[in-house]
Design a binder for this molecule. Structure first.
Ligand SMILES: Nc1ncnc2c1ncn2[C@@H]1O[C@H](COP(=O)(O)OP(=O)(O)OP(=O)(O)O)[C@@H](O)[C@H]1O
Length: 356
């Protein structure tokens, strides 16, 4: 059963992440070697399945949560985790609701979560484990050290991929300038961008779960992935066939599993390149020019877009004079020079890269 006020797993993890009052309370319960069952939401449904205990309306604090959990039964707090509403209550959820758990505490927690739609936490006294029941699943709240280790591992992989991506992307710059791009080159960059996006999304989840314990990792993560979404947008804007938009490519890639993502033809096909099955990886392509112009310092994106749209091909832009560039709406003498010099510098840099 769902409830309009229910929270997603992600939101709930943020609510109980290290650094929050609720997490502090849970840690105290664990340290005190008692158990607990805590409902994160209070409404008529919760009231109707609660029996005994007492009604409260006090601010949530870690110490209070710990004290109230010493008593038998469950504690109910409001959905924003600000106030404690019931304590010492026996929960009587519908016993026909399926539960895969053993032990009354966990069976009850799972059923209450399903029946009310609110997340329910249980702290097992015998196993010293915090479980969260939300969205129809059980999520074990791990100690920060375990999540930190996993995040560090993921960051190391992310770093390897971003380094490879930077190399491959600058290789594509050279090929673009020399007009030698093939489907394979473009698909390789998109493949790496997609891998990076997936690892980054895992790390996002870990960072939420880590709360204040993950601050430094969040900064490192931000630094590694900065600008990558823009890079992806420019790549797609340069190479997608006219009848395909970015959202369609995103939706297609979402369904590509990790092993299939290693297949370049699959990536090419998602972009509508390389023929109907994406197999023609050696077919030539010509970029529209936005991707390369986005690497010119101090060139506003709107101007780069105007120019790319006007010429429709990077080769056309590379061959344009300052005067011709000025003919584009919104491009004055200064901007035209910026583009000209910027492109010359990029061309020079890629030649040095190749022959220097
Ligand atoms: N329906 C319920 N409503 C509120 N609290 C409950 C309910 N069922 C169990 N509990 C709480 O859980 C405590 C432990 O119950 P029980 O030993 O049956 O569960 P358990 O799942 O084996 O627990 P644990 O894993 O903590 O050892 C009870 O003393 C009570 O405080």
């Amino acid at each position: 059963m769902t409830n309009a006020h229910a929270r997603s797993l992600r939101d709930t993890l943020a609510l109980i992440a290290p650094g929050t009052v609720l997490r502090d309370g849970l840690e105290r319960i664990l340290r005190g070697r008692t158990g607990a069952i805590i409902v994160l939401g209070f409404d008529e449904t919760v009231e109707a399945i609660s029996s005994g205990g007492f009604t409260l309306d006090v601010e949530l604090s870690a110490a209070r949560l710990r004290e109230l959990s010493k008593m038998d039964g469950a504690v109910v707090i409001d959905r924003d985790a600000n106030r404690i509403r019931l304590a010492n209550v026996q929960l009587m959820p519908n016993s026909s609701i399926e539960t895969s758990e053993a032990g009354m505490r966990h069976r009850t927690a799972e059923r209450v979560a399903r029946q009310t739609g609110y997340p329910v936490l249980s702290v097992s006294q015998s196993m010293q484990i915090i479980s969260l029941y939300v969205d129809g699943i059980r999520h074990v709240i791990e100690p920060s050290e375990a999540i930190l280790a996993r995040t560090n591992q993921a960051l190391a992989i992310l770093e390897r991929y971003t380094t490879r991506l930077a190399r491959t992307s600058s290789g594509l710059d050279t090929l673009e300038i020399e007009d030698m791009v093939t489907v394979r080159d473009v698909a390789t960059v998109l493949q790496l961008l997609e891998m990076v996006r997936r690892i980054a999304s895992d790390i996002d989840d870990y960072v939420i779960e880590l709360g204040t314990d993950g601050r430094l990792l969040a900064l490192q993560h931000e630094e590694l992935t900065r600008g990558l979404m823009a890079e992806r947008e420019f790549l797609l804007s340069d190479y997608l066939p006219a009848d395909l938009d970015t959202a369609t490519v995103d939706a297609r890639l979402k369904w590509v599993g990790a092993p299939a993502l290693l297949d370049l033809a699959m990536v090419a096909r998602s972009m509508g390149l390389g023929g109907p099955d994406g197999q023609d990886l050696d077919a030539s392509l010509s970029p529209r020019g936005l991707r390369l112009m986005s690497k010119i310092p101090r060139l506003p994106l709107v101007t780069a877009r105007e120019i790319a749209e006007h010429w429709g091909s990077l080769q056309g832009i590379l061959g344009a004079t300052v005067e011709e560039l000025q003919a584009v709406d919104g491009v004055g003498a200064r901007r035209a020079r910026t583009v000209r010099d910027g492109l010359s510098r990029l061309a020079e840099a890629s030649l040095i890269d190749r022959f220097g």
